[in-house]
Write a protein that binds this ligand. Structure first.
Ligand SMILES: Cc1cc2nc3c(=O)[nH]c(=O)nc-3n(C[C@H](O)[C@H](O)[C@H](O)COP(=O)(O)OP(=O)(O)OC[C@H]3O[C@@H](n4cnc5c(N)ncnc54)[C@H](O)[C@@H]3O)c2cc1C
Length: 388
């Protein structure tokens, strides 16, 4: 691994930076957990795609730039540094996108990827069910093959952004005799299909960031199966690898938070230095964000040589989720009583975003598979310890 950027990588960084400087909205968009914010974020996805920055690793014929993972990491660093809006279609572009590249037919890729890139079709993820969260193999929602269709019945829950999304991908039990990981199939379902109802779930901040999705005799054509009938677990594990590993949480997100934390500390030193542990926590956060970045560059280099992500996606997931929590806790300690200001409170200024971030960071050890489950995976698959 060469730790220096090449001339072409530096030129790429400049190109990304200059496009973002020109195009990133001057005013922050509304939350994508509101209808108006969702619309604004869709429009931003379309604009990114017009500049061919929607998903730089995609092939050129699909509107991407055929970039490798190192270039993607550079893109992400510039993206977060510029303060560009979070991606409303992250489930699509970062999770389903790579899964379609790996398992999709040519027709499926051509049908779904371009619409995903433009933000015309925003995707929700449908794994969790009321009794199948950590134990995802307990999925009961079923899809029964009838001629050239599947008929889906059941319920999904905790589906992020499903309130205004257009499609959901998920796994369903297609073999009624099967149990656990067998007999599951990965299916793509339009949320406006007859028989689908979406019930919003309110978050701590009162906005409907999630939804339950109910399927009542929903008909989808067999062409909507990804990777073949009965292959659902295998396909889903590949998506989960992208989620826990590189794609969902690029290190740039945490580097940017660490940079903002350092700035906050410098602006409030008098208050912050009253507790010597705060200075230490800021230094540690900065170093941890850098360490995560370097380790991601190392993983990216390995993947570019043809390796697969493997169980280290679990170590990544634990690391970024706990780092995010610590950084936000440190920020709140620096802010003292001001930390209680919501971002929409009068005069909250930039302070409110720390509380928003803190609340969201509490979810980090839960989504994308809880950290307890990741620790089980590390114990069993990396350390070879017996199952508890
Ligand atoms: C912000 C956020 C976004 C989400 N988005 C989506 C989404 O888009 N789509 C989707 O399908 N789901 C989504 N989820 C749901 C998420 O995947 C589940 O919450 C998660 O898998 C845990 O499942 P559960 O909530 O049913 O908890 P449970 O599985 O009931 O777990 C409860 C507790 O028990 C622990 N536990 C359970 N089993 C074991 C075990 N064997 N060993 C040790 N500890 C164990 C867990 O770690 C946890 O602490 C989201 C969740 C959050 C918080």
């Amino acid at each position: 691994m060469d730790l220096n950027y090449t001339a072409s990588q530096k030129a790429f960084r400049e190109e990304v930076r200059s496009w973002l400087t020109e195009n990133v909205p001057k005013e922050p968009l509304k939350s994508f957990d509101t209808e108006e914010g969702f619309r604004q974020h869709r429009a931003w996805e379309a604009k990114l795609n017009q500049g061919r920055w929607g998903m730089v690793t995609w092939p050129e014929e699909l509107g991407g730039r055929g970039c490798n993972l190192i270039e993607w990491l550079i893109f992400e660093e510039e993206y977060y540094r510029s303060g560009a809006p979070l991606r409303v279609n992250q489930n699509g572009i970062f999770l389903l996108g790579p899964t379609l590249m790996e398992f999709g037919t040519e027709e499926q890729k051509a049908r779904f990827l371009p619409m995903m890139a433009t933000g015309e079709e925003v995707w929700a993820q449908g794994w969790s069910e009321p009794d199948a969260g950590s134990d995802m193999a307990a999925i009961r929602s079923k899809a029964e093959r009838v001629g050239d269709h599947y008929v889906i019945n059941g319920q999904k829950t905790w589906s992020t952004r499903a309130v205004w999304a257009d499609w959901v991908f998920g796994i369903f039990r297609t073999d009624p005799e099967s149990s656990r990981h067998k007999g599951l199939t990965f299916i793509l379902v339009p949320l406006d299909a007859e028989g689908v109802s979406v019930r919003p779930i309110e978050q701590l901040d009162g906005l409907p960031g999630f939804a339950e999705i109910f399927f009542d005799d929903v008909k989808v054509p067999v062409e909507n199966v990804l990777g073949g009938e009965g292959m659902g677990w295998h396909v889903a594990m590949s998506t989960a690898g992208f989620e826990r590993g590189l794609m969902l949480r690029s290190p740039a997100r945490f580097q940017e938070t660490a940079r903002r934390l350092l700035e906050l500390y410098q602006e409030n030193r008098e208050q912050a230095d009253l507790d010597p542990a705060i200075g230490e926590a800021v230094t540690r956060a900065y170093m941890d964000a850098e360490a995560y970045t370097l380790s991601t560059y190392m993983t990216a280099s390995r993947l570019m040589q043809g390796d697969k992500i493997g169980p280290e996606s679990s170590t990544n997931k634990i690391f970024w989720s706990e780092l995010d929590q610590t950084m936000h806790e440190t920020a709140l300690s620096i802010l003292g009583a001001r930390a209680e200001l919501w971002s929409h409170a009068p005069d909250a200024g930039a302070v409110g975003s720390w509380l928003d971030g803190f609340l969201f960071s509490q979810a980090g050890p839960i989504y994308a598979g809880t950290n307890e489950i990741q620790r089980n995976i590390i114990a069993e698959r990396m350390l070879g310890m017996p199952r508890a």
